[in-house]
Design a binder for this molecule. Structure first.
Ligand SMILES: [Zn+2]
Ligand SMILES: [Zn+2]
Length: 270
């Protein structure tokens, strides 16, 4: 193995509505791959929190991860995480979810705009896509201002569907000011940027975000970067993490970050 530490800081178990496997199966895979650590970050969609069984699912996730942590004590570091979706759309839900346990790691995500469905379900045309993306970055800035997470997850999430599945062309230079504003605030708040490697195994074929934004984050003074496969089944645990490490290295980073008890820890890439 070329890299000293392989860690996967974004994964989903069957406690997520779209996940399929038990935490123990995920840990078994991670331990067999020789991963340094695995963070389970099940979905907590704040806008659904009080309508669906999100609270129960999060409680189940926390319990499963705690049990697995004890079981894999000597073989793998297992961290309790949460993917906090749309916390700005229900502040009470986000506070409630964050009080359920002492998390190691909180991802901040935006899967849908206020009043809209997940970007996965939307249809895109060359006219609608740029407007949606503009609203997306505006709402993402609100999320960063809320500042209740450790790492900003898949910053270019809609591109998975706009560029990947729908095959439309987007020039992110058109959003450079908004992107800079988001990255600058993240850095001021001492928060991390996630390199999400799920895109490498999807039609878009790139990390979310890709090297352009990661480079810009570093140029602006960003220090903390986390890596996650966003696996929703055990077979994808660790997928693309080595490519992600390579990307970070090419962008000039010497370390990546893993969070424990919500504190950042640097690990060397080489
Ligand atoms: Zn997500
Ligand atoms: Zn996820």
């Amino acid at each position: 193995m070329k890299y000293r530490y392989i860690s996967d800081s974004h994964t989903h178990s069957r406690c997520s509505f779209d996940g399929s496997d038990s935490v123990v199966m995920m840990c078994e895979k991670a331990a067999n791959m020789g991963l340094y650590s695995l963070t389970v970050t099940d979905h907590c969609e704040c806008n659904e929190y009080f309508k669906e069984n999100v609270r129960d699912a999060m409680s189940a996730s926390i319990l499963e991860v705690s049990k697995a942590r004890a079981l894999y004590n000597s073989r793998l570091r297992v961290y309790i995480g949460i993917e906090l979706g749309q916390p700005t759309q229900d502040l009470q839900a986000s506070q409630d979810a964050l009080s359920l346990t002492e998390y190691d790691f909180v991802l901040g995500s935006l899967h849908n705009l206020k009043g809209e469905q997940d970007f996965y379900f939307l249809e895109y045309t060359p006219e609608t896509a740029p407007k949606l993306l503009e609203r997306y970055f505006d709402e993402m800035l609100e999320l960063v201002k809320l500042n209740n997470f450790d790492s900003l997850s898949h910053m270019t999430y809609p591109l998975r569907y706009i560029c990947g599945n729908s095959g439309l062309k987007i020039n992110l230079d058109d959003y450079a000011d908004k992107i800079d504003e988001i990255l600058t605030l993240l850095i001021e708040n001492r928060r991390a940027l996630e390199v999400n490697t799920s895109g490498l195994r999807q039609i878009i074929g790139k990390t979310l975000p890709d090297d352009t934004i990661v480079n810009r984050f570093r140029e602006l003074g960003g220090k903390y970067v986390t890596l996650g496969s966003d696996a929703h089944r055990w077979g994808d645990i660790g997928s693309g993490i080595e490519d992600g490490l390579n990307l970070l290295f090419q962008c000039g980073f010497t370390h990546f970050t893993v969070f424990e008890k919500r504190e950042p820890h640097f690990l060397p890439i080489l």
